[in-house]
Design a protein around this ligand. Structure first.
Ligand code: FAD
Length: 416
């Protein structure tokens, strides 16, 4: 048994039996304000299985943690007995000839991209948050600006191995020995915040690094114009990789179109886009802070998903709703993919956040979630999810994977 800083007791002994390093939790280990009793770091998949099986037998709840950069996303778990650290579940198997990589969930995303770039390839995700792991990125269901051309993250996943609450490992999709009939694990675990199991490894399809990048940017006089430009660019046949909108608390709305591809032809494509956007300029490469979420780390962050035709209108509604609550909204996101983020200042009260969310939900044909509340609102009685379609189906999947509600209980929509 291996232990750090922990006096052995039957619980720590049981958790460490399969080889995990177990120590006592500290306030610094808290997941959304819930300090765990133990922190366990399994060295490999077999040890992770044994750890989850031991927690399951003892009725201990487990919350997964990569590098903790998104541990305040989703609702706070109702209980957190064990934090399971994934950082030792790392390693990269790159099949460059097949444009495929199999990667351990605890591998930092930045390390993966560096290794792929050395072979002229990439996993098409944007704006790396320093230190985030592959498992954390998949579990938070991120999809950056370039989902417009390459699809959202879940479409880049071709295989996955995950461990259920009872410690049973299962795989699905590509490069696996054994398949589980009936479930596409990659799709289920993407964006589930670790409520269905521990992702231990993911197989992704890759893309070659593009030879050239151009960004066409312009300030729109009003949201309607930005909407018109988006429509024209998407219909233009110039095949943009991303169309991004940026509308800070004060100041004008900017639309930026990213083009990727071969050197030959990219300038003609950029000029064709520029012709559609009055007053635009063309730059090489992509802007600094591309795809980065708006606002400050401690702001309340809202995520709005709407049809592409309603993006600029949704942005306008967010600004107006914030003003009515005597607060502000900094907005950015993918005009081309219909996903916006709005940061409300950390000082905004729960009532204001709820009022903004309610009024935008009522006016748009889409969804608004409180993706990350400000720290002061971590335990506030916020309606984080609004109306969630398909909740009964999600509950039945949860029941199948984690019937005793031992994995981050309550973190997901509908108390899942
Ligand atoms: C909309 C959005 C867009 C983003 N865009 C990008 C982007 O383009 N590029 C980028 O790098 N980052 C992006 N981020 C940030 C990124 O999702 C997280 O910051 C980071 O990847 C999380 O990694 P972590 O190791 O710090 O996870 P943690 O903060 O440790 O965990 C995050 C969540 O995932 C769960 N979890 C962690 N590991 C596992 C696992 N192995 N199995 C099951 N559950 C697990 C945790 O319990 C927690 O609920 C984005 C975030 C969001 C929400």
């Amino acid at each position: 048994m291996t232990q750090e800083d922990t006096v052995a007791n039957p619980e720590t002994e049981a958790l460490a039996e399969g080889g995990a390093v177990v120590r006592e939790g500290t306030p610094g280990d808290a997941a959304a304000g819930r300090a765990p009793r133990y922190v366990a770091r399994p060295p490999d998949t077999a040890a992770a299985s044994a750890l989850l099986a031991a927690a399951h037998r003892r009725g201990l709840t487990t919350v997964m943690r990569g590098h903790g950069t998104a541990s305040d996303w989703g609702a706070p778990p109702e209980r957190c007995d064990v934090v399971l650290e994934t950082t030792a579940l790392n390693g990269v198997e790159h099949a460059a000839g097949d444009l495929v990589v199999q990667v351990g969930a605890g591998t930092p995303l930045a390390d993966l991209q560096a290794e792929l770039a050395a072979a002229g390839q990439r996993l098409t995700l944007d704006a790396l948050v320093p230190g985030g792991t592959v498992g954390g990125a998949v579990a938070t269901g991120l999809s950056g600006p370039r989902r417009l051309l390459h699809g959202p993250l879940r479409d880049l996943i071709i295989g996955m191995t995950a461990i259920r609450a009872d410690g049973v490992a299962a795989s699905s999709g590509g490069r696996v020995v054994k398949n589980v009939a009936g479930y596409d694990l990659g799709k289920l675990h993407t964006g589930a915040f670790g409520t269905l199991g521990l992702i231990t490894s993911v197989t992704f399809r890759l893309h070659p690094l593009p030879e050239a990048l151009r960004t066409v940017g312009a300030t729109a006089p009003n949201p309607e114009t930005a909407q018109q430009w988006t429509r024209d660019v998407l219909a233009s046949g110039t095949v943009p990789a991303a169309v991004e909108l940026d509308w800070p608390e004060t100041g004008p709305l900017t639309l930026r179109v990213l083009l990727e591809g071969a050197e030959g032809g990219i300038d003609a494509r950029a000029r064709a886009v520029a012709d559609l956007m009055a007053g635009s300029g063309i730059t090489e490469g992509r802007p600094a802070h591309w795809g980065v979420l708006p606002g400050e780390d401690e702001d309340t962050l809202l995520k709005v998903a709407v049809p592409i035709s309603e993006v600029a209108e949704a942005a306008r509604l967010l600004h107006e709703a914030a003003q009515r609550q005597h607060t502000t909204a900094a907005i950015s996101g993918s005009a081309g993919a219909g996903v916006l983020f709005a940061a409300l200042p950390a000082s905004a009260h729960a009532e204001s956040v709820d009022a903004v969310a309610r009024s935008v939900r009522a006016a748009v044909d889409g969804s608004l979630t409180v993706a990350r509340p400000a720290p002061a609102l971590a335990d506030a009685d916020l309606d984080r999810w609004g109306e969630v379609p398909g909740l009964e189906l999600m509950r039945s999947v949860k029941q199948r994977f984690d019937p005793h509600r031992l994995l981050a209980p309550g973190r997901f929509a509908g108390g899942i």
